[in-house]
Design a protein around this ligand. Structure first.
Ligand code: GLP
Length: 236
């Protein structure tokens, strides 16, 4: 794992945007994208750049179950707002949170993933070490699934909803196996709240109880941190 620590999230996000640029330059154009507050600044830099994504394919990690794409807290809305309306892609994919047929929806998404191997996969991390919505205890062999969110994730996500009752308890999520299929994985984490999770994935044993520790098994992982999220590393 290539771990880089920057003073601020802003600096790290500029580096992340450079990694997008380098990926495009080498003719690689399938991007696995993430939502959450962590990649927001990176998308801001990309949106303001002169990079051309019109031949690129975006495949998002996850979507809340039961939430319409038009809802302002849906991940579809987030991606349009932060990136796609500024930088049109050739194709964008995200699970359909309104499809109540989970078997059909997960199979549909797995087929998209199969046809479009990711060149670069962006990841944030949950405070409990989840990636996408693969919560502690998720199998490393999983493909797309409909997942139950843990209380800590529901609590973390409630900050974005005006009514806590509205926070979804379920989601569709790309599985860990599909995440690990990407050629290059770029994980970002900012703020002290992520410090424990980062210590675990860099220094702890690989365990399904902390899903992001699986990244130790991937040959090409870049981790961009700010000083706060790196503060618990022994060697920072
Ligand atoms: C959600 C998303 C994850 C994201 C995590 C952290 O659970 N499904 O993909 O990494 O939130 O969010 P934030 O970046 O806002 O801390």
């Amino acid at each position: 794992m290539d771990i880089k620590i920057y003073k601020t999230a802003e600096e790290a996000s500029k580096v992340a945007a450079e990694i997008f640029k380098d990926t495009l330059k080498t003719g690689n154009e399938v991007f696995g994208l993430a939502t959450g507050s962590t990649p927001e600044k990176t998308y801001e830099v990309l949106a303001a750049s002169d990079l051309d994504f019109s031949n690129a394919i975006a495949i998002n990690l996850d979507e809340y179950y039961g939430v319409a794409a038009t809802h302002d807290q849906s991940y579809a809305y987030f991606m349009n707002h932060h990136l796609f309306q500024h930088k049109p892609f050739k194709e964008t994919h995200i699970p359909n949170g309104e499809n109540t047929d989970a078997e059909a929806e997960t199979a549909r998404y797995d087929a998209i993933l199969e046809q479009n191997p990711r060149d670069l996969q962006i990841l944030g991390i949950g405070t409990n070490g989840h990636i996408a919505f693969n919560e502690p205890g998720s199998s490393f062999d999983a493909t797309t699934t409909k997942v139950q969110l843990t209380d800590s994730t529901i609590q973390d996500n409630s900050r974005f909803f005006t009514d806590p009752e509205e926070v979804p308890h379920e989601a569709y999520s790309m599985g860990i196996k599909s995440i690990m299929d990407a050629k290059h994985i770029l994980l970002m984490a900012f703020g002290e709240g992520k410090a424990e999770a980062i210590k675990n994935i860099v220094e702890g044993p690989v365990t399904e109880e902390i899903p992001a520790t699986v990244l130790q098994n991937h040959p090409n992982v870049t981790i961009l941190l700010d000083e706060a999220s790196a503060s618990k590393l022994s060697n920072n």
